[in-house]
Design a protein around this ligand. Structure first.
Ligand code: NAP
Ligand code: F7E
Length: 325
């Protein structure tokens, strides 16, 4: 029988890459989207898969819409990628972030439990849950959480609810604890894309500078296309479990700036970068770096695209996109 998957967050960054992967494996893919006055299909169109998705209308904060969808579709797998995912906005919109990222996940888990308990469930957990928590400079499945933002806190709640539904009701529910992953489909507010888009605009004479916050923060950046494979693999395991997914290496925001400018032939980038305190966070996570032994050993997963290749890919894509315009 044909497998089916419901992907929430289908119009974001990861949704389209995951949909592309699952369509390639013969899945029927349902994409949950909110009601928009003007829908934005750019990321699905970028991958050329817009016509292959069956859209269903709903919202994580509206449980009745979730019940309708889950009852009708009874998907083999549910990938919960929907979230208010921008850490920066989570201080300004802490309650909304909690309603979507924490209580929304509880609603979805309850809906599955009562209406389609054999559906396997993937929760998009995050390295932001670790925050200051680390274990010799790395984070893995055993590292304790010390989130530093309302976003991180909302995701800790969803993480534990996912574990709890597994332990209490026997649902096949897994957490992917993913470190930062980027691509040409990355939202423009996130630092890598903000930099690659800015650099492309400078190259084309469309702007003179990029305004940034803390250049010293370090992140373990990988390619979104690699990471959706890990999501899929987690739901193919015999038993549900939680996995850290990253590259094992970290770099600073300054390193991203350096590489992106090198792509357009600029080595002295200081005259193009303005430090603006508005982009600094009330509480920063200084560094995140994954230890991925469990994913390597149990899932047989490892990243393919390197940090350098990723930034190069993103600058190229932004140049192409802006030149077309
Ligand atoms: P993204 O680009 O921000 O996409 C999130 C999607 O969720 C958007 O399409 C958004 O819809 C949708 N959404 C937001 N609120 C919703 C609601 N109330 N009901 C239904 N849909 C809603 O995020 P991403 O980078 O693809 O990340 C996917 C997931 O992984 C997120 O849960 C994120 O928190 C988590 N995560 C991401 C990273 C990373 O580095 N990318 C790392 C770890 C975990 P609109 O299109 O209407 O905005
Ligand atoms: O910031 C610093 C900023 O917004 C990365 C989300 O996908 O990954 C993402 O969260 C770093 C931070 O991502 C600017 O202070 C400096 O230290 O790209 P970001 P994030 O906050 O790490 C995690 C794993 C998720 O789960 C989230 O959903 O860069 N930084 N200057 C800046 N950041 C931004 N956005 N803009 C700046 O101007």
């Amino acid at each position: 029988m044909q497998k089916s998957a419901l992907i929430t967050g289908i119009l974001g960054q990861d949704g389209p890459y995951l949909a592309e992967l699952l369509l390639g494996k013969g899945y029927k893919v349902y994409g949950l989207m909110r009601r928009y006055s003007s829908p934005h299909y750019d990321n699905l169109n970028f991958l050329g898969i817009m016509d292959k998705i069956e859209f269903v209308e709903g919202d994580l904060t509206d449980e009745s819409s979730l019940i309708n969808i889950i009852k009708n579709v009874r998907p083999t797998e549910v990938y919960n990628l929907a979230a208010q995912s921008f850490v920066g906005s989570s201080w300004e919109q802490a309650k909304l972030t909690t309603e979507i990222n924490a209580l929304g996940v509880l609603s979805l888990l309850n809906t599955i439990k009562f209406n389609s308990p054999t559906s396997k469930f993937y929760q998009a957990s995050t390295s932001e849950m670790f925050g200051l928590g680390n274990d010799g400079g790395y984070q893995d499945e055993k590292t304790s959480f010390h989130p530093r933002s309302p976003y991180g806190i909302s995701k800790v709640y969803a993480y534990w609810m996912t574990v709890n539904f597994r332990e209490s009701y026997g649902l096949f529910a897994a957490n992917g604890i993913l470190f930062n992953h980027e691509s040409p489909l990355r939202g423009i507010q996130f630092v890598t894309r903000k930099i690659t888009d800015g650099v492309a605009r400078i190259k084309l004479g469309l702007t003179k500078s990029i305004s940034l916050g803390n250049l010293d923060a370090k992140r373990d950046w990988g390619f979104a296309g690699d990471y959706v494979e890990a999501m899929y693999l987690m739901l193919q395991e015999k038993e549900p479990d939680d996995y850290v997914i990253g590259t094992g290496a970290y770099h600073s925001v300054k390193d991203v700036v350096d590489l992106a400018f090198k792509e357009i032939g600029v080595s002295d980038w200081k005259k193009y970068v303005v430090i603006d305190p508005r982009y600094k966070r009330p509480a920063e996570v200084p560094h995140l770096r994954a230890r991925i032994d469990k994913a390597k050993n149990k899932l047989g997963w490892q990243p393919k695209v390197t940090f350098k290749e990723l930034i190069k890919m993103m600058v190229k894509a932004d140049l192409k996109r802006l030149q077309k315009k």
